[in-house]
Ligand binder design. Sequence first.
Ligand code: MD6
Ligand code: FE
Length: 216
Amino acid sequence: MTMDLFDGATTLESQEQLAPGAMLLRGFAVAHERELLSALAEVIAQAPFRNMITPGGFRMSVGMSNCGALGWISDTAGYRYGPIDPLSGQPWPPLPEAFLQLATSAAERAGFSRFVPDACLINCYEPGSRLSLHQDRNERDFREPIVSVSLGLPVVFLFGGSSRSVPARRIGLMHGDVVVWGGPARLSYHGVLPLKEGFHSLVGAQRLNLTLRKAG
Ligand code: MD6
Ligand code: FE
């Protein structure tokens, strides 16, 4: 239990192994919420959220942007990482120091030392937005973990196995929760159920998710 002297709240931190290689760090990002959200606002001012098109031609319900040397892109040509934001024609905004430090320390806590991400995919969910079951496999080196930070409204995260046929567990992810995902869990199928209506005092009527990766 840690006391947050600034807003007088008591935040509960805990850790739970979801599967070998996948660790849920409850409340890990709460102490850094303000730095994370203000850095995020600066990124989004330069690279606004947009609804990308899947290779199959569907508009994704989740708004997405990126920061870091590489950003994840989906369009009718496929999924890939690239250095340029196709909306602005400019490089993606740099990875904020607060994102880098949180990712490295969360990875360390989960047993992955010296994780240095070069890409951060930023997801914005509004009520009804969902992410269907998928694997993250556009990164170059699957030995590197992924660090996922949840901010704002709670959501049900689906966590399955390395084939689509493994039934998915349902895990409630809340503001400040961090999931670190690597090793034998790196190619697990996962997704997000439709976001429910609600209001979060710092983030409003949405859920923001950062996934930090070493893509290149
Ligand atoms: C989300 N997350 O929570 C979507 N991918 O909004 C992901 O797709 C994800 O949380 C890889 C590792 C962790 C994740
Ligand atoms: Fe994913």
